[in-house]
Design a protein around this ligand. Structure first.
Ligand code: SAH
Length: 223
């Protein structure tokens, strides 16, 4: 993992300091997150830089926060849980994230995977994510404007796919872009949602249901 140039230049001190971030990590541990690689990545990414300045003091609470365009930044526990399940203790190669939002999870992913593609359907949000991510200089992260439910056939196959918006069923197009041995994690369900971990094997797909969650809906088309 690379050393990141965040510390000194990051906005503000106090509620946005490394110590505050470390407390968030301690809470994630208490809630059962054991993947040290994911925890180290989350300890290094300054989540407060991904939310509006007025919300920066709340950036390390374990909650989702608004990021504009009626979307939210995912709750830290859910980010940790998704990435730990995706990794399953192994290094990740090429990963696709559907739903860049403000770019926070993409920044964490870029610490734990060798190559990351993140796709967002709302152009204005993608621009914001680009601005949030600029200072972090993540050379292995590519942002794409498009409909993530269709995946990125040109960059497939992926070792991992993380979907950050909910749909009633898993997208067939996304499943087809998984490498054999690859895993996809997505919030699925119509009324009630839960995280579903799907693995592609030589014989087909296996699925495992995890925590109940609440994500914004996956929508078709670009905006
Ligand atoms: N990953 C973000 C959370 C994003 S919220 C984080 O780090 O906190 C979910 C995002 O998915 C929203 O920005 C929404 O616009 C986007 N989204 C919804 N449907 C999509 C689609 N079909 N393709 C790409 N992005 C989509």
């Amino acid at each position: 993992m690379s050393e990141l140039p965040f510390g000194a230049g990051a906005r503000g001190i106090g509620m946005t300091s490394q110590r505050t971030r470390d407390r968030m990590i301690a809470r994630l541990r208490e809630k059962g997150i054991r993947d040290e690689t994911v925890l180290a990545a989350m300890a290094s990414v300054p989540r407060h830089l991904f939310v509006d300045e007025a919300l920066a003091s709340r950036a390390y609470e374990d909650s989702a926060l608004p990021i504009g365009f009626e979307q939210t930044i995912s709750q830290p526990f859910v980010v940790a849980r998704m990435l730990a399940e995706l990794r399953d203790g192994r290094p990740l190669g090429r990963v696709l994230e559907v739903g860049t939002g403000c770019g926070y999870q993409a920044a964490v992913l870029a610490q734990v995977a060798s190559e990351v593609y993140s796709i967002e359907r709302i152009a204005g949000l993608l621009e914001r994510a680009r601005a949030n991510l600029r200072a972090l200089r993540l050379a292995n992260l590519r942002l794409v404007h498009g409909d993530g439910a269709r995946g990125l056939p040109d960059a497939a196959p992926f070792d991992g796919i993380v979907v950050a918006a909910a749909s009633p069923k898993a997208s067939e197009l996304l499943l087809q872009q998984l490498a054999v041995g690859g895993r996809m994690i997505a919030p699925l369900g119509a009324e009630e949602q839960a995280l579903c971990l799907i693995e592609r094997t030589t014989k087909g797909f296996t699925e495992k249901w995890l925590d109940a969650v609440r994500f914004v809906p996956l929508r078709a088309g670009k905006q």
